[in-house]
Design a protein around this ligand. Structure first.
Ligand code: ARG
Length: 565
């Protein structure tokens, strides 16, 4: 369907109002109320150019404009308001969805563009806790959205498998490690060791020294340290794979901190050559005072390497290896400073691609009455959260009806979907509180509600024996609820583009909720299975189109649908 804004902008351009097509296009708004039409064009900026009262300009323009796609053009104060022809919209929107099916909303804007998306990035020997869920789910949605728009995506999990904390792990294992216990319950046991070591070393500074020395040994490739570290890594990854399996999220690679650490020396040499490295209290730093940033420590005073050094090496490696157009880091806001430093260092090194390295930050998740800090050992494992979501969903479904055939599989899809949907519902930058009641509410703006709506639409189609018909016209579905639903289906395409531009999956989540709400209103107010065959066919086609778009939206969020629920 042709873009209606484009039609309006072209028409206004032909009226020679002194603005270019692009300028006009940008000014066109969606009015806040339905009775003000579907689009409006404000005339304030024309007043100066035309030396005329803007309300008068609007009035004159409205009387001059005649467009087939619009049933009416009216001026309201200084605005020209456009009322879409409902039949035109129905025919074009539903027609397009029937034609494109699961490709409705796809575009090739990303053709030939490579995007590296780094997300999840969990830490070895540490729990995959609920705090990691945001990066994992937001990153996966961003990957789906980019792929839908034809970008060539590389999904990478920059696992935290290097750094001083591994010195702590190794030192702790040497003191109290129990191989058997660890093999049985790897993450919990490793976590216990880590917590105990941290607690005891607070009173005993020489333990801190031992931990640092153990990391140094690891960096120097000392066999015993390396093999312990490899073992920690292997058993941790196995645990993580379980969670990724439940979430149905895959990565193209797990090139983490240790993988890139081999390029650190090159970075240090380059920094020195470019006169960027300074000594400060025994450490090597890049001074960023001029840019209002704290200094970045590249080599610690004890000679061990630092987190940021690996990130500089990683960014350069990614550019060389993938020649990305964008390199996205889906990482919590707590690391804002780190990514500012990283970009500045790359810029100072003369790498123009620093502009394409973008930090996509997100706010914190907290549980009611609980904080989440690995250091103190108070952790909520994501695996437990997911299992609980599935169990609770099953309970609710059993209460509601016992007709579902494969309740376990359904509860899994709906339960995991609920967690993902909840994650992706709010603007990503906002902190939020994880609340079970909210998440699993079948009537709120939740995953289960949307999935239920989809299943309801599919059940209507099944019962009606819906078959696709080629030459339907859509002149009969023009009530207010039908029109509102069709408009929300039309807006969906634009929402995908915007969610990519803003790296904001929540725009899709909200739109899918909106469509579900509009569909339910339509379902409740317009009888679908009427005797009038023609009308029935048209309403079924709208039902099909609604289900199709909800499914596309959920899939972009990484959420599966069920046909019955
Ligand atoms: N592993 C880190 C953490 O859990 C996140 C890694 C962020 N990515 C990066 N390139 N530094 O905090």
């Amino acid at each position: 369907m042709t873009d209606l804004k484009e039609i309006i902008a072209k028409e206004l351009e032909s009226k020679e109002i002194g603005l270019t097509f692009d300028e006009i296009y940008k000014l066109i708004e969606i009015p806040p109320q339905d009775d003000m039409g579907d689009f409006s064009f404000p005339c304030f900026s024309l007043a100066k150019l035309m030396r005329k009262n803007p309300a008068l300009i609007a009035k004159d323009l409205a009387s001059e404009i005649k467009l087939d796609e619009f049933a009416g053009v009216k001026s309201i104060n200084a605005y020209v308001n456009f009322f879409v022809d409902r039949n035109y919209l129905a025919k074009n929107v539903i027609g397009e969805i029937l034609d494109k099916k699961e490709s409705y909303g796809r575009s090739d804007e990303g053709k030939g563009k490579k995007v590296v998306i780094e997300f999840s990035s969990v830490n070895i020997a540490k729990p995959f806790h609920i705090g990691h869920i945001r990066s994992t789910v937001i990153g996966d949605a961003l990957r789906n959205i980019h792929e839908f728009l034809s970008y060539d995506v590389l999904a990478t999990n920059y696992i935290g498998d290097y750094g001083t904390q591994f010195g702590t792990m190794i030192a702790a294992y040497r003191l109290w490690g129990d191989k058997e216990a660890i093999n049985k319950d790897p993450i919990n046991e490793l976590l216990k060791l880590y917590v105990r070591y941290n607690n005891e070393s607070n009173e005993n500074p020489s333990m801190k020294e031992d931990a640092r020395a153990a990391f140094k040994a690891l960096e120097d490739g000392e066999e015993d340290a390396v093999s312990l570290w490899e073992w920690f890594k292997e058993i941790s990854l196995k645990e993580f794979e379980k969670v990724y399996g439940m979430l149905d999220i895959k990565f193209d690679n797990y090139d983490g901190e240790s993988f890139h650490s081999k390029y650190m020396q090159g970075v240090l040499d380059e920094l020195r050559e470019k006169d960027l490295l300074v000594e400060s209290d025994g450490a090597l730093i890049v001074d960023l005072k001029k840019y209002d940033l704290t200094p970045a420590i590249l080599v610690k005073s004890n000679g061990s390497s630092a987190y940021i050094t690996r990130d500089v090496a990683t960014a350069i490696y990614r550019k060389k290896t993938y020649d990305f157009d964008k390199n996205l880091y889906v990482v919590a806001t707590q690391q804002n400073l780190h990514f500012k430093q990283l970009r500045k260092i790359l810029e100072l090194m003369g790498y123009d691609f620093y502009k394409d390295c973008l930090h996509i930050p997100f706010g914190m998740v907290s549980l009611k009455d609980q904080t989440m800090s690995t250091r103190k050992g108070q952790v909520v494992f994501l695996e437990d959260v997911l299992t609980k979501a599935i169990d609770k969903t099953k309970e609710i479904m059993e209460e509601r009806s016992s007709l579902i055939e494969n309740i376990d599989e359904t509860a899994k899809i709906v339960g995991i979907g609920a967690v993902k949907f909840n994650e992706l519902y709010n603007n990503r930058i906002k902190d939020y509180v994880f609340d079970w009641d909210e998440l699993l509410n079948f009537d709120g703006e939740t995953g289960p509600y949307v999935q239920y709506t989809y299943a309801r639409a599919k059940s209507v189609l099944r019962k009606a024996g819906y078959k696709e018909e080629s030459d339907l016209d859509f002149t009969r579905i023009n009530s207010d609820v039908e029109f509102t639903l069709i408009k929300s289906l039309e807006a969906f395409k634009d929402v995908i583009i915007k969610s990519r531009e803003k790296y904001e999956p929540s725009l899709i989540t909200r739109q899918v909720s909106e469509i579900a709400k509009n569909f339910n209103k339509f379902y409740n107010q317009s009888q679908i299975m009427v005797d009038d065959k023609d009308l029935k066919k048209q309403r079924l086609a709208l039902t099909y189109a609604s289900a199709q778009v909800i499914k596309i939206g959920l899939n972009l969020l990484g959420i599966k649908t069920v046909e019955k629920m």
